[in-house]
Design a protein around this ligand. Structure first.
Ligand code: PLP
Length: 294
């Protein structure tokens, strides 16, 4: 049985330090960890990150932790102690050094209802095998997210762009995709702009340019997308963040959903219409992403 690891942070936030105590302790993954009163469980009131681990080395830890802190700030959670979180991630990654591809999931909640301290834990295990999705691609459907493209500024309390634990909507959207004989979703704003997937960013290639929807659209600023852009620039391509409408999908010569763990999954069909896959570029991009280090 491949290793599954769990660690509980002693003091996940900076406002409640625990001097002299170890920053975390390993917990038996089969044992109960979270209280039934934890607001992360009862209200989805918390944030998370998923970090890829390749050969025992965590990938893009800095950008993931920065985003954890940003999401936490959007929810007005206490500022996370990023050094403590980093030490847990590195310790779990080291434990998984014999595993080619793994991931760590960081969860940071508001803690027990009525209490005054957040809860933080990290779970890590071997990644599922994403070879087929990376090589042969995924079929997506366009679904309305129900918010206008400027929701992040007009209604910041909707927390668009924060990586909150409230992913029930994203999971429901994937079930809708399955009902429509697809694997995943590409969300559109209610006023017709391309947004992101349920757990991934959209990247498209037109000529010698890679483009992704602007993060001002209330979507997640992707760590994988950022690294895909670095790779593209190293290959002599240009990159851009834009407001895109579905016409851009027609013009694109290749499209991907990019995310930690699955990395770059080419989009091979949109609403049942086949799309070309750039196999050579996809393979090179995934080789780069799988081999990433901090
Ligand atoms: N967009 C959403 C909604 C996500 O949940 C994720 C990752 O889980 C991403 C984009 C991609 O982010 P990253 O590349 O940092 O994993």
């Amino acid at each position: 049985m491949p290793p599954r690891l769990l660690a509980l942070l002693t003091a996940p936030s900076l406002d409640r330090p625990a001097p002299g105590k170890p920053p975390f302790r390993f917990i038996d993954v089969e044992q109960p960890l979270v209280s039934a009163l934890d607001l992360g469980v009862t209200r989805g009131d918390g944030v998370f990150e998923t970090i890829s681990i390749g050969g025992g080395r965590a990938q893009a830890t800095g950008p993931h932790l920065t985003r954890l802190a940003r999401s936490a700030a959007m929810l007005e959670l206490p500022e996370p102690d990023l050094d403590a979180w980093r030490s847990v991630v590195y310790a779990l990654a080291e434990e998984l050094s014999g595993v080619k591809e793994a991931f760590a999931k960081l969860v940071y909640t508001r803690g027990i209802e009525g209490g005054d301290r957040p809860t933080g834990w990290v779970f890590a295990e071997a990644s599922p095998d994403h070879t087929a999705a990376r090589r042969d691609g995924v079929r997506v459907v366009l679904l309305d997210r129900g918010y206008a493209h400027d929701v992040a500024s007009t209604a910041p309390w909707l927390l668009q762009g924060a990586k909150t634990l409230s992913y029930a909507v994203n999971r429901a959207a994937v079930r809708e995709a399955h009902r429509r004989d697809a694997d995943d979703v590409l969300f559109l704003s209610s006023d017709g702009f391309l947004l992101e997937g349920t757990t991934a960013n959209l990247v498209l290639k037109r000529g010698d340019r890679l483009t992704t929807p602007a993060t001002s659209l209330g979507i997640l600023a992707g760590t994988t997308q950022a690294d895909a852009f670095s790779f593209a620039r190293s290959q002599g391509l240009t990159t851009s963040y834009e407001l895109l409408t579905p016409d851009a999908l027609e013009d694109a010569e290749a499209l991907w959903l990019v995310s930690s763990v699955r990395h770059a999954a080419p989009i091979r069909a949109i609403d049942g219409v086949e799309r070309p896959i750039d196999r050579a570029f996809t393979a090179a991009l995934n080789e780069f992403l799988v081999g990433r280090r901090d």
